[in-house]
Design a protein around this ligand. Sequence first.
Ligand code: PEP
Ligand code: MN
Length: 338
Amino acid sequence: MIIQLEKNIRTDHYQALIQQLEKIGYQYTAVQTQVQNYLVAIGNASFDIRSIGSLQGVKDLHRVSDDYKLVSSKWKVQASQIDLGEGIKIGRGQFQIMAGPCSIEGEKQIFETVQHLVKNNVKVMRGGVYKPRSSPYSFRGLGIDGLKSFYKACKSEGIKIITEVMQMDQIEPMYEYVDIFQVGARNAQNFNLLDALGAVDKPVMLKRGISGTINELLQAAEYVFSSGNEKILLCERGIRSFEGSYRNTLDLNAVPILKDKSHLPVIVDPSHGIGIRKHVERMALAAVLAGADGLIVEVHQEPEKAFSDGQQTLSFQEANELYSHINQTVAFRDKLYS
Ligand code: PEP
Ligand code: MN
């Protein structure tokens, strides 16, 4: 059960509410987000909902039977929207493309990518400065200095930045330079990191774990929300399966299911999802039709020379076509399902 509290609930009203919850045998957790205050109450006993709903200081009350509560669409029927500022929004009818290299490699690369994005009216640039790599001998990112160059180039063009944070102590130094914190598939259940991102007032994009279920992804989002941050994007990026013909199995089923189960916007990453450059576009367009609120795509001025993930990275020329096809597909989809 989710109990939305009045903003300045009186202490005696709060005490009365808690007493009532205890009386019906419910356990509760107080959640204070940047938007409002809630009590998330868990229990099995059946009771007259009015015994809580009629109490003073209670704004609204919803029964939510899912394991995850605050990210569930059962209480928040209207889809959430992430506002990145300067008119750039994601969700509730606003579609965004995020594009850029797997790894930030240097100033020239950043500059060329920014120019490419500006030319194509793409508003969010991706690029990792902390890279989770399977081998410790692979390129592991330029770190905070790379992020500063990234920020400098994007800021002047009004491009927003999404980049991966791998551990808690990176959050603070990164904060100023980041518009969306990305949590990678390998950190999908790093609950301490998720809690810490709950204390941040910037959007967080959660990638689905490598073998993560939809429920686990939503529970990860519940960590961030219940720690205070309601600005969350969910990202389907493919899961590990028995199939070896491609890097991951992009689970497009997850898109309508997530959008049904949760009010949070859903992003799809077709680059990691299939891992093969020549098939990225079709999977991107399929993701749009499946209902995605945005796409995150790897592009590079010379994919063959990319420091990481070149095999799934589009050239600028390929990406030009992709953006145009995405925009046409979004328009087609919105008309079809309007
Ligand atoms: C990435 O976006 O480059 C990345 C490492 O993604 P994932 O965490 O989905 O593997
Ligand atoms: Mn990558």
